[in-house]
Write a protein of this length. Sequence first.
Length: 158
Amino acid sequence: METPQEHRDEHPDGPSEPREPREALPPLLLAFPGPLRDQLVAAVLSGEKVSTTGLLAEYEAEKEELPPVGERSALIDSDGREVAVVELTEVRVLPLGEVDLQHALDEGEGYESVAAWRAGHEAFWHSDEMREALGDPSYTVHDGTPVVAERFRVVERR
C-alpha cells in the first residue's frame, strides 16, 4: 500500500481515478504456442485472419460449450500475453467437407483453395500434439467430421 506522499510523488497532478478492473475474458488460443501461433496471431492483428476452424471433438474433449455469437475473448500470443480482444460474429458447426473457399481464404493463412486449406488443417489435426489433446492417438478427420467455423473481429488491441 502506498502512503499519501508516495501517491503524490507518483501522481503529481493529484489523485487518479480508480480503474475499473478488467473483466476476465476467456482465452482465444490459436494452435499451440510456437511459430504457428505467432503467425496466426500476427494475421489476426493485421486483419488478414477473420475466421478460424476447430474440431467439435476439441470442445467435447474439454467439456466446453460452443461460444455464443457476441462473446469476447482475449487473443493470447505464444508468450501467454493478451494482445487483443476479439468478438465472435458467427459460429457454425458443419461437416469438414462443407467448408467453403471464402472461409478458407478468411483464415488468412495464404491458402488459395479449399484443398490446400484442408491439407494444412489435417496436418495440424493429425499431429501428435492434437491427438494427445484429444486423448486419441489415432484420431483422423474425414468429410463428415464436425468442425466449428468461427468468424470474429478485433475490437481492442492491448
